[in-house]
Design a protein around this ligand. Structure first.
Ligand code: MG
Length: 160
């Protein structure tokens, strides 16, 4: 059995007039992530972790922000595409673990919906997906609620 580990990180500034999308799930909030796509930092960090585990570069190489096709792109759809790339490489997702850093609003009520969206996009079961959330304890830009950041680890194994 071949094991491959990957990690990803992403951060987006939060601004007025943008929808707050986390893991493909819309959360009601006055601020949302600035970005060329929908700014879904959790999906972006997850995509980078998957690509990293496959040694296939990063999200910017596969979905360039200058490319008009990715304007306001649904990042969950990009995650579906990257899942296919993982499968084409003869690998399967064993599990993913993630941490979302967001000062407000409270993430806990949204986590089950996020896990369900991510699991569906990656064609795996919810018990293979972990999403944890924390605040930045009021420290720095994240603590002032000016941004959302995400860390993701993934483990891939050779497909049976
Ligand atoms: Mg991003």
């Amino acid at each position: 059995m071949d094991y491959r580990i990957g990690q990803g990180y992403d951060i987006h500034r939060l601004v007025e007039g943008r929808k707050l999308i986390v893991g493909g799930h819309h959360i009601e909030h006055p601020l949302g992530p600035l970005g060329h796509s929908d700014g879904d930092a959790l999906c972006h960090a997850l995509i980078d972790a998957l690509l990293g585990a496959c040694a296939m570069g990063d999200i910017g190489q596969h979905f360039p922000p200058q490319d008009a096709r990715y304007k306001d792109a649904d990042s969950l759809k990009l995650l579906e595409q990257v899942t296919l790339m993982v499968q084409q490489k003869g690998l399967q997702i064993s599990n993913i673990d993630s941490t979302v850093i967001l000062e407000r609003p409270k993430m806990a009520p949204h986590i089950p919906a996020i896990i369900s969206k991510l699991a569906e996009a990656m064609q795996i079961t919810p018990d293979q997906v972990s999403v944890k959330a924390k605040t930045n304890e009021g420290i720095g830009a994240l603590g002032r609620g000016e941004a959302i950041a995400c860390h993701v680890s993934v483990l891939l194994t050779s497909a049976i």
